[in-house]
Design a protein around this ligand. Structure first.
Ligand code: C2O
Ligand code: CU
Length: 432
């Protein structure tokens, strides 16, 4: 199945196969090989990895203030680990082999025990050989409900990803293709959503939690059939609901929308040609009791406001095809170093605010993710921008971020185009 077919109508977005959404505590999360009906049901199933027998893994859901205890069991034939993307938790639970824990070997288990401070839309994924294990399906949604959630009729999780498949639907096991690694990453040739439900009523108010769980692809999304606003990005509420035409999500980024259903809600990906359908929420019946009201604000999470920065650092993305020469030993580098350096890129005392210029000196966009913290992007006019955990920086552009480093430990700082981080684009910081 090559690009031509991907762009063609392989996908009837009518019947999406069901999979396990929702699990109840205590959570046991088992990574294992699974057969997934990724393509429409008249096609063959695909051999992938999953959690608890499904890909994506079960949606983990808790209330703000609750602890999350997970018994992770690795039933793969290779090492693995789980990272709780966007949760500002204790360093030892962050799931990064070699930095925060030992790899969980085949057949072994590890207990994660966390107290996530923030309500919002997060996700979990493998953090070992992640460019392969995430691409093969070790992903799932993680939702922390507000103590007082907004008034909506449905709360719908929409996990979006792409996969590279061979003719007939088998998973393409080739991960070493240099062309992909040195360009935008290893893009799939098939993409779709997995949603926690498939129907709504006309007139319903719906919270949509969009999660880009792809290994490398930026999704430029369009949404039709609903009217509403963006209320949160990367799990963090916006200070005001924001209008949108389309929404670009880098790998690992999330957007929460609150919308009112007007007709079938279709989610598609913008392409140079016609919009590629990713999934839809079909209208069945009509909600006649909901009274029109403005899109509500979400309650803020307790994230420290940046002070005057006491350090100004620059992280320059280097390498790739058509890139300048750099001093690193692999395809990609940060500040002339490929892979994890022995010394951290930055050292901060707990509570310190630093400003970091993310300079993209390459020919490709990168989604830069900091573990254990959220940071504010700085707007072009110098004002404090959105709180995020992953910043999308376009080719040739610079984005400044301000971060209050208040979570002690060694934290990974890397490109979330997972092929790029595997080919050198990663570093770490230390908060003491
Ligand atoms: Cu979503 Cu280092 O990870
Ligand atoms: Cu990158």
């Amino acid at each position: 199945m090559r690009r031509r077919q991907f762009l063609g109508a392989v996908m009837s977005s009518t019947i999406l196969p069901k999979f396990a959404f929702g699990a109840t505590p205590p959570f046991r999360l088992t990574a294992e090989p699974v057969q997934v009906q990724l393509l429409p049901s008249d096609s063959a199933a695909t051999s992938m990895f999953g959690f608890n027998g499904s890909m994506p893994g079960p949606e983990l859901r808790l209330r703000q203030g609750e602890r999350l205890k997970i018994d992770f069991q690795n039933n793969l034939t290779q090492g693995s680990s789980v990272h709780w993307h966007g949760l500002r938790i204790e360093n030892a639970m962050d799931g990064v082999p070699g930095l925060t824990q030992e790899v969980v070997n085949a057949g072994d288990s590890f207990q994660y025990d966390m107290a996530p401070p923030d309500a919002g839309t997060f996700w979990y994924h493998s953090h070992n050989v992640s460019q392969e294990q995430v691409a093969k399906g070790l992903v799932g949604a993680l939702i922390v409900d507000e103590i007082n959630p907004p008034d909506v009729d449905h709360d719908v999780t929409v996990l979006i990803a792409d996969w590279r498949l061979l003719d007939g639907g088998a998973f393409d096991e080739e991960f070493g293709d240099l062309m992909s690694l040195s360009h935008g990453g290893r893009m799939g040739n098939y993409a779709r959503t997995f949603m926690s439900q498939e129907t709504v009523k006309k007139g319903d108010r719906i919270r949509l939690r969009l999660i880009n769980a792809a290994a490398d692809r930026i999704f430029p999304l369009v949404l039709t059939g609903a009217i509403g606003k963006i209320v949160a990005l990367d799990g963090m509420p916006l200070s005001e609901p924001r209008a949108f035409d389309n929404i670009s999500l880098a790998p690992a980024q999330r957007a929460d929308l609150i919308v009112d259903a007007v007709q079938d809600i279709e989610i598609g990906m913008l392409t140079r040609g016609p919009t590629f359908p990713l999934g839809k929420l079909t209208i069945e019946g009509e909600n006649t009791t909901r009274i029109a009201s403005p899109i509500p604000l979400l309650p803020k999470n307790n994230v420290a406001t940046p002070a005057q920065p006491s350090q100004n650092l620059t992280l320059t993305m280097m390498g790739g095809a058509m890139g300048n020469r750099h001093g690193g030993s692999d395809i990609w580098a940060f500040n002339d170093i490929s892979g994890l350096p022995t010394e951290p890129f930055g050292s901060f005392s707990r509570g310190e605010t630093a400003r970091i210029s993310l300079v993209n000196d390459t020919a490709f966009p990168h989604g830069i993710h900091l573990h254990g913290h959220h940071f504010n992007e700085v707007n072009d006019d110098g004002s404090l921008g959105d709180l995020r955990d992953t910043a999308l920086v376009d080719a040739g552009k610079t984005t400044d971020i301000l971060c209050v480093f208040d979570n002690p430990g060694k934290w990974l700082f890397h490109c979330h185009m997972l092929s790029h981080q595997a080919a050198g684009m990663k570093t770490w910081i230390n908060v003491a």
